[in-house]
Design a protein around this ligand. Structure first.
Ligand code: ME8
Length: 514
């Protein structure tokens, strides 16, 4: 079987806490891409997300609540799934690292690498952060504490017999791959950072733990468990059927894109590829590292309570589609950016309540007033078609490069063009002067433009797109598929339309105290 599916993934989120808007950001990015591929691509699409459920910090969080780790993660995973439903995220598969099939597959991968001589015994001595499950060299410690700015907890001296993955042996092949595929890690800053690590040399990776019980056992060894990152990173392959369902795996692999946050690029672009090389499996086509969302300069992080903005809070204020829009309209994907209520409210009112919301209302209200809500026949001469056709191509090109903001900018330029068309043609004056043919042309063009906008915004704003689509008398998924739907002039005359309730009610800025 050959690969016939666009396969995209998100990180597996830790289940020691509940989701915040930073997690939502990466997952919505994947949802937008999946929806875009559905309406434009040529094959199937498979969107994988899930949860990272092993390791000490999860066992500790469970113990703090007097629960067993399994009971704790079973409960919390429902909160993650509910959050994705709330945000309109439609994944195809949700993997949990506690799924028995995944656990068996990880053990099998571990065994394969051990047989190949890629996992070998050694002794580990070093400074270990229990919270981050990471070993640190002494020079990196800050006052004897974990150097991760979100952690900063004391580290422990650990000395144990352990198993090591021979990462250092893959350095040259990894460098070769990076040089031959200069676009495989995006954005450029992440690529450069990873190249610097590779050029500096790699150490072997300790992949067993004797102190962590809540983890997958090392096969044939009841004293040790598998390092949680080794377990979790293998999910992208195990979820696709490796090694238990190779026929399915071959339809999905290599992954087209792993979407991740920038702080976990080393695991995804150095350790994971080396494991795949060891298994003789091709590498993913692209790893794209998103930047961090900050709140007043603080990275939104579960370990910094005052930084947290949740999806629920944003949805309550801006709606689901408003939230999805605001997360992607502001900054280039791949860079850090800060969220503030003032900035988001301003953008929401300007771009959504005013520009798009009013355009939809005024177009359908004028059609109701002047043509009884029925799309009129037009002369077929269009002043807007060319601009929309090039916007469609620009949106497709931008999303092909994961340039979400660029895609939205191209769409909003067309929203602006339609609003300008209303101002210039003044349909109310054409009506007064009984310029019937001209008025029909203008109303037709506006409706057709709104139909295109609905199709173009669908990946970003599926609910508003659906409301616009059905108000225009259209059925099915908005814009499905672009090659047949996005041909100017295909909105049939005679279509009956309705006026939808306001899509984006204006909101007031919150005062500083609230
Ligand atoms: O790292 N801004 O899980 P995690 C943008 N289990 N993105 C953010 C963010 C922020 N402020 N905060 C979190 C793990 N993220 C591992 C991954 S993968 C096999 C294992 C997003 O729960 C971003 O994608 O800490 C980041 O990489 C991910 O959440 C970290 O989630």
């Amino acid at each position: 079987m050959a690969k016939d599916t666009y396969y995209l993934t998100t990180p597996l989120y830790y289940t020691n806490s509940t989701p915040h808007i930073g997690h939502a950001y990466s997952t919505i990015a994947a949802d937008i891409l999946a929806r875009f591929k559905h309406v434009t691509g040529t094959g199937r699409v498979w969107f994988l997300t899930g949860t990272d459920e092993h390791a000490q910090k999860i066992a500790d969080a469970a113990a703090a609540q007097g629960k067993t780790p399994k009971a704790f993660v079973d409960e919390i995973v429902e909160r993650w799934k509910a959050q994705w439903r709330l945000l309109g995220i439609e994944f195809d598969q949700f993997i949990r690292t506690t799924d028995p099939e995944h656990e068996a597959a990880v053990q099998s991968i571990f065994e394969t690498l051990r047989h190949r001589g890629d996992i070998v015994p050694g002794k580990y001595e070093g400074w270990y952060c229990r919270t981050d499950e990471t070993f640190w060299v002494e020079s990196k410690l800050i006052d004897g504490r974990c150097p991760n700015p979100e952690c900063g907890r004391p580290v422990e001296w650990v000395s144990e017999d352990a198993l090591f993955f021979k990462l250092s042996a893959y350095r040259d092949r990894l460098l070769e791959h990076f040089r031959a595929h200069p676009n495989w890690v995006r954005p450029q800053s992440a690529y450069n950072e990873m190249m610097a690590i590779l050029e500096g040399g790699l150490e072997d990776l300790c992949v067993s733990r004797s102190s962590v019980e809540w983890a997958i056992p090392v096969p044939g060894d009841d004293t040790r468990t598998i390092y949680v990152w080794f377990d979790a990173i293998c999910n992208y392959a195990t979820a696709a059927g490796y090694p238990h369902d190779m026929a399915r795996f071959e339809t999905l692999w290599p992954a087209d894109v792993h979407l991740i946050g920038k702080e976990i690029a080393r695991f995804h672009t150095i350790i994971w590829p080396a494991i795949l090389m060891g298994l003789g499996v091709p590498l993913p086509r692209l790893v794209f590292a998103n930047g961090w969302i900050t709140n007043e300069g603080l990275k939104i992080s579960k370990s910094i309570k005052e930084s947290i903005i949740t999806g629920d809070e944003m949805v309550e204020r801006f709606g689901v589609d408003g939230t999805r829009y605001l997360l992607f309209a502001q900054a280039q994907f791949g860079t850090d950016f800060s969220l503030s209520d003032e900035g988001m409210s301003r953008r929401y009112n300007a771009d959504l309540a005013n520009d798009l919301g009013n355009l939809v209302q005024r177009t359908l209200s004028m059609l109701a007033r002047y043509r009884g809500g029925v799309v009129p026949q037009s002369s077929g001469v269009s002043t807007l078609a060319a601009g929309f056709e090039s916007a469609r191509d620009a949106v497709a090109a931008a999303l092909g490069e994961l340039d979400y903001r660029g895609a939205l900018a191209a769409i909003w330029e067309r929203v602006g063009a339609l609003n300008l068309h209303v101002e210039k043609t003044k349909p109310w004056e054409l009506a007064k002067r009984n310029e019937d043919a001209r008025l029909s042309d203008v109303l037709y063009e506006l409706c057709e433009g709104v139909r295109w906008i609905a199709a173009l915004i669908y990946p970003f704003m599926p609910f508003s797109a659906a409301a616009m689509w059905s108000a225009l008398g259209q059925r099915g998924v908005p814009g499905d598929r672009w090659e047949t739907q996005l041909i100017w002039g295909t909105l049939p005359h005679g279509t009956t339309t309705t006026i939808p309730p306001p899509l984006f009610p204006r909101i007031e800025a919150q005062d500083a105290a609230s």
